[in-house]
Design a binder for this molecule. Structure first.
Ligand code: FES
Length: 257
């Protein structure tokens, strides 16, 4: 039989037959160097995945398939795992090949209970009517934990309390779309000021029973529906031997929940 003409590389070769490149999406040099530049010398720990996704989202306004591939390479994990995490959270925009990236600026209007009552729907409509959708996209979003200043929205990463169209206009004009971090008291300052003194005292063998009695007397109860007395519940935990784990406020969600 005449030898195969494989000058176009369309036939599997006999020796080491199969693909010349790994199956699936290929690593792109540019996307890889962009991800490398963003990650710097941070350890490639799996628990930092969300932080890395934020870095890419903030730098490029979305997560492209090429960046996800590059991140998978860096973290030595599968693209599927990164995709699962990225597509779970509303703050990440996964853009596959051939899809159009979202506009550079996103406004998220809280649509949970307090904000709804304070006119979030009308605010969202006014923004959608007034803004150029090719430049700014307006989305609904769940509670932002600022219900006391409803209605609330987030423009880029800047939260606007008691939001109005005028405040949004001013923020856009001033390019004020970045996070405002308040001057929080640090843990060290808090402790230096006597913070956690009671806890330290109790851990050192303080009068637990007296505290429990006071909590019971105060009538403190859980707000999860059952209204279980906190002092009694704490007693159950204390009565158990071994390591105890306490999950505090795992997700209370918005006030209506
Ligand atoms: S309901 Fe809007 S911030 Fe909580």
């Amino acid at each position: 039989m005449a030898p195969l003409d494989n000058s176009k590389g369309v036939w599997k070769s006999g020796k080491g037959k199969g693909r010349k490149t790994p199956k699936g999406r290929q690593l792109e040099d540019q996307a890889h160097s962009e991800v490398l530049a963003l990650l710097g010398d941070r350890p490639r720990n799996r628990d930092l995945l969300i932080e890395f996704l934020h870095l890419i989202q903030d730098a490029y306004g979305h997560l492209s398939a090429a960046h996800i591939r590059a991140l998978a390479e860096e973290m030595r994990t599968g693209q599927a795992e990164i995709y699962e995490v990225a597509s779970f959270y509303a703050h990440f925009d996964v853009v596959k090949e051939g899809e159009t990236p979202p506009p550079a600026l996103t406004i998220r209007v809280c649509d949970s209970l307090s904000c709804e009552l304070a006119g979030a729907q009308q605010l969202q409509k006014a923004l959608e009517d007034g803004l150029d959708a090719s430049q700014v996209r307006v989305l609904r979003a769940p509670c932002m934990g600022r219900c006391d200043t409803a209605p609330v929205l987030e423009i880029g990463h800047n939260h606007i309390d008691h939001a109005t169209v005028e405040k949004v206009q001013a923020a856009i004009a001033a390019d004020d779309t970045h996070v405002h971090v308040p001057a929080y008291e640090t843990l060290a300052d808090y402790q230096a000021d006597g913070g956690y003194a009671v806890l330290k005292d109790l851990r050192a063998g303080g009068d637990w029973e007296a505290v429990q009695a006071k909590i019971k007397e105060a009538g403190l109860r859980g707000l999860g529906g059952a209204g279980f007395p906190s002092g009694t519940k704490w007693g159950f935990v204390r009565a158990n031997e071994g390591t105890r784990y306490l999950a505090v406020n795992g997700d209370e969600g918005e006030p209506g929940t």
